[in-house]
Write a protein that binds this ligand. Structure first.
Ligand code: DGJ
Length: 737
């Protein structure tokens, strides 16, 4: 049973395949966290940590608190403001009299075999429930304010993931204002010596993993950019000292959300660590009239006793099985060529057809027409919002799409639906549709403004113009871009007390447009993008199965970006393309560019009409390999074989099919400078020790057959990796028995 209720309803044990999460009630009906870690079979003896024997006057409590404990000294499941818990609250409510107050206590609980849907939010779904029990709802009430809180826990046994979210309802007869409402809080006991792992970065340098020791006080990450942002991903890890890819305890926390996000670990006075994830409280407030509710985004958590690798695989499995709902999930995605880096804005219909014609000869399966096909756009100063074809440049879109389809290829189009240029027909018609604070100067990014997606008429308009083009030209794919951060957060149709809601309402509008498009065009393949990987998160993956990982397509730079991304997200979600050799500072062989791009959803970002004969041959070979390896790389188990926290002379990773019959190991030598050895040895993880595997290197079969246990424990030497900079080798192992 995945959810057990013990001790006459006062102890809750959520159990997955390898983990246990235990919390319970104290005599004051507060929910206290007891344990999160490796699975235990019987939780009935688990209890709160010992109370501090001598609470000082500095630990206030209301009458009725148990024994000698005070809220400030106890690990809490969901803390409130002004409640005696002096750490950061999960919930802050301002009542009509102006008081900041939240002190919700347990009233009842329910266990259900189906998961409550969250209205309009991305969310995990399904869940194998052998005994029909998946979701635990705890009903809490703040008697003095009438605010009710429901804490929801859904257990995904097979991936070791628990999803949490919170619903706050104003059951009083006066309006209240929520100032902070976290999706989850976990008060881990001890762990102050753990490391905090987050990704940091910038445009073109996304998701580099960084590990820093926790310290007393607050360690936090987040975004107030209106979107996920390039700087921090909405997720973080806590790892035990010295944890590696294969050993040590690693907790993973992730928010399923694409707007302003907040993640923190607060090391408190007694060495506990308070974890919180939710909508960023900056730029946020929510007004609740009597009877109204607010639902938070979901947060996911996992813990691995076997290092970073297992933690990542838990999230990968979970996202693939319970978050991505596109029918393209698990299917081979078409190998695409995108014209952006080939032409930028300088193209016409003939140039696009020429690229597509060449692509079809090379077994590339889709042409994506990027920025510049609409309005009168020949540079980035105009036309966003005018989503009809630039006739003198590309002709009728149905004709162009027809020509590409005739070549046996799919056809995709670039959109930036949330944006508007002042120089556009849309702006002339609806100048009031932009986010701006009346009477204040506007902020521009790439000369563009942001449409107010919190307004339903804006979302409806975008749906109409996009769906009519998708239907007319039979579009197979869209790339949904978003190229600036949000400022001037104000909605002209909302009253003053609701202005703190705009950023969240905006992203709900984005989700709504996705929902409408998916409902109308279920087979449409959508790739997310935000100036590369600025909106790469589990929330977007609910709507689309792949996201452009970075505008940085340099294969050497991509190694860190893709390794960092793989810490949280499955490789099947990472858009990765072969680019042209346009960086003058180093030469990267075409083959290496291909082998790096193959660790994602594969494609090309260059002018195919300019390839040499040798590059064409390599293209055909790489495309065949992509098909051959796809299921293992995209749907198998992913192992980082080198340390993701540093640059290694040789970087390596390995994908193993779920049935353990195939493994694809890729090794890339960054540089030959660090003269230690010209060969590296890698163990091939995750195989079946009792089977034998034939080795193929760089697409060429060898006579070599290795026993699984030799590959797993001794490994292979990368003899085929040349002694040069930026070279690579791919080893395929196929079971022969
Ligand atoms: C940013 C994207 O990341 C690029 O791939 C490209 O689509 C440009 N925008 C177009 O403006």
């Amino acid at each position: 049973m995945s959810i057990e209720v013990l001790r006459e309803g006062s102890l809750f044990h959520l159990r997955t395949l390898r983990t246990s999460y235990v919390f319970g009630l104290n005599p004051a009906n507060r929910l206290q966290h007891f344990y999160y870690g490796k699975r235990i079979e019987d939780a009935s003896m688990v209890c709160a940590r010992a109370f501090n024997p001598s609470p000082a006057s500095f630990n206030p409590r209301r009458p009725g608190e148990p024994g000698n404990g005070t809220p400030d000294q106890l690990p809490q499941e969901y803390s409130g403001v002004n409640s005696g818990d002096m750490r950061l609250p999960a919930l802050e409510v301002q009542t009509a009299d102006g008081a900041l107050w939240a002190d919700a206590r347990y009233v009842s609980h329910e266990i259900s075999s189906c998961k409550r849907p969250l209205n309009g939010l991305p969310q995990s779904f399904g869940g194998k429930a052998p005994e029909g029990m998946t979701q635990l709802a705890l009903n809490l009430k703040d008697e003095s304010t009438g605010v009710e809180v429901v804490l929801l826990y859904t257990v995904f046994e097979e991936c070791d993931v628990i999803a949490r979210s919170v619903v706050v309802t104003n059951c009083s007869d006066k309006a209240v204002r929520l100032g902070r409402v976290m999706s989850t809080q976990v008060d881990l006991i001890g762990k102050s010596d753990y490391d905090f792992v987050n990704t940091f970065g910038s445009w073109s340098r996304e998701r580099h993993v960084e590990k820093t020791p926790l310290h007393f006080g607050l360690q936090m990450a987040g975004s107030v950019r209106g979107a996920t942002g390039h700087v921090h991903t909405p997720a973080f890890l806590l790892s035990s000292p010295g944890a590696t890819e294969t050993a040590g305890e690693v907790f993973g926390f992730m928010l399923c959300y694409s707007g302003n996000h907040y993640e923190s670990a607060e090391v408190e006075q007694f060495g506990g660590v308070r974890v919180q994830l939710g909508i960023h409280p900056e730029l946020f407030s929510w007004h609740l009239e009597p009877g109204e509710s607010f639902e938070t985004p979901e947060a996911f958590m996992t813990v691995s006793a076997d290092g970073f690798g297992q933690m990542s695989r838990n999230f990968h499995d979970f996202i693939r099985s319970h978050v991505i709902r596109s029918p393209w999930n698990g299917r081979q995605r078409p190998i695409l060529v995108n014209n952006w880096e080939a032409t930028y804005f300088d193209f016409d219909a003939q140039k696009i057809i020429d690229i597509a014609t060449e692509a079809s000869k090379l077994n590339i399966e889709m042409l994506v027409l990027d920025d510049g096909w609409f309005g009168h756009r020949n540079n980035d100063k105009s036309s966003l919002g005018d989503w009809y074809e630039f006739k003198s440049k590309v002709g009728d879109m149905a004709d162009l799409a027809g020509a590409i389809h005739k070549l046996g290829m799919k056809f995709g189009l670039w959109y930036e639906p949330e944006m508007i240029s002042e120089e556009s027909d849309l702006y002339a018609a609806h100048p009031d549709w932009v986010l701006c604070v009346p009477g204040r100067p506007r902020c521009y990014g790439r000369t563009q403004l942001i449409l107010d997606f919190s307004r339903e008429e804006v979302v409806q308009h975008l749906y109409e113009v996009m769906s009519s083009m998708i239907s007319k030209a039979k579009i197979d794919y869209i790339k949904w871009d978003m190229n600036r951060n949000m400022t001037d957060v104000f909605c002209s149709t909302l009253p003053p007390e609701r202005q703190g809601e705009v950023a969240h309402r905006y992203i709900m509008g984005v989700y709504r447009l996705h929902d409408m498009l998916i409902e109308t065009f279920p087979e449409l393949l959508i790739e997310g993008c935000s100036g590369g990987g600025g909106r790469f998160d589990a929330g977007m993956m609910y709507y689309l199965p792949q996201i452009w990982c970075s505008d940085n397509t340099d294969a050497m730079d991509r190694l860190a970006i893709q390794a960092g991304t793989s810490m949280f997200y499955p490789v099947a979600s990472m858009g990765a393309h072969i680019n042209a050799q346009h960086q003058p500072w180093r030469f990267i062989p075409f083959e290496t560019r291909g082998n790096v791009a193959m660790a994602g959803t594969f494609g090309y970002e260059l002018d195919l009409t300019k390839l040499t004969d040798e590059e064409k041959e390599t293209t055909v070979r790489l495309n065949a390999s992509y098909h051959r390896y796809h299921d293992t790389i995209s749907e198998g188990d992913y192992y980082r074989l080198t340390d993701a926290f540093k640059k290694n002379d040789v970087e390596a990773w390995c994908a193993v099919s779920k049935d353990r019959s195939q493994a694809v190991l890729t090794a890339v030598r960054r540089t030959k400078e660090g003269y230690i050895s010209n060969q590296s040895q890698f163990k091939v993880p995750g195989l079946d020790a009792s089977r034998s595997y034939r080795m193929t290197v760089n697409g060429k079969e060898t006579e070599l057959v290795y026993p699984g246990d030799v590959l797993m424990n001794y490994g292979i030497w990368t003899m085929e990796l040349p002694w040069a900079d930026c070279v690579s080798a791919v080893y395929l192992f196929e079971a022969i028995d």
